[in-house]
Design a protein around this ligand. Structure first.
Ligand code: C5P
Length: 229
């Protein structure tokens, strides 16, 4: 739980499934308000990459948790392009986005011991003047006292199409069908796990971004934020 001294620091929690536009929306909202940004998915991804790189994938969970707890990862949010991530001084920002790392992140995310290992770091990112926290359980488990909780979603087909456009821009060709299957598998794992499953908080504002521009999503979030504070 957040320490009582941090509870006066405002948090906007933006949760939702992969590809709903949370990353971009969170970055733009944080920038407009001058808030800090927590990309919790990047934390799960860097932990996954560390496990893959260290060859620990098939080791007992205690060994994996120990490695995640002691990994040397740094999240630099000072640039204009979202969060830059360093693992052992190595810039791994692009490598974090591969399907392999994302798949492994989603697997380890269902382990309660991994989730609690990352919780303390997530809480320490609650700093003045405020925090925009992007993830799956920001409003339900990590910052249940967030002033504004958004659940941003979009149809699986639209999310797969967006991912395909991103990959095409990087010169990678992947079929829509395989991306859709990946997204559905990840949704199902994230939604059905017993610990911190992906679901809207009871008091979340639900925004469906299917067919809606990211700027409209950001304006919607900011208008509700200004009404509430
Ligand atoms: O958001 P992103 O796709 O980068 O997250 C990678 C994986 O990390 C997700 O598929 C999800 O399983 C996991 N995750 C999570 N809780 C969070 C953020 C991400 O379980 N708060």
């Amino acid at each position: 739980m957040a320490t009582s001294s941090a509870q006066h620091i405002p948090v906007i929690a933006i949760d939702g499934p992969s590809g709903a536009g949370k990353g971009t929306a969170s970055m733009l909202v944080a920038r407009r308000l001058g808030f800090h940004l927590l990309d919790s998915g990047a934390m799960y991804r860097v932990a996954a990459l560390h496990i893959l790189r260290s060859g620990l994938k098939d080791q007992p969970i205690e060994r994996i948790v120990e490695a995640v707890t002691s990994m040397r990862a740094r999240f630099d949010t000072s640039g204009d392009d979202g969060v830059r991530v360093l693992l052992d001084q190595d810039d791994v920002t692009l490598e974090l986005r591969t399907e392999e790392t994302g798949g492994m992140a989603s697997e380890i995310a269902s382990e309660p011991a991994i989730r609690s290992a990352l919780l303390t770091t997530q809480h320490t990112m609650r700093q003045l003047p405020g925090l925009v926290a992007d993830g799956r359980d920001m409003g339900t488990a990590v910052f249940p006292d967030a002033i504004l909780k958004v659940f941003l979603t979009a149809s699986a087909e639209e999310r797969a199409a967006r991912r395909q456009r991103q990959l095409n821009q990087q010169g990678k060709q992947v079929t829509l069908e395989s991306l859709l299957q990946d997204i559905q598998a990840r949704d199902s794992r994230d939604t059905n796990r017993t610990v911190s499953p992906l679901k809207p908080a009871a008091d979340a504002l639900i925004i469906d971004s299917t067919g809606v521009s990211i700027n409209n999503v950001v304006d919607h979030i900011l208008s509700v934020w200004h009404e509430r504070r």
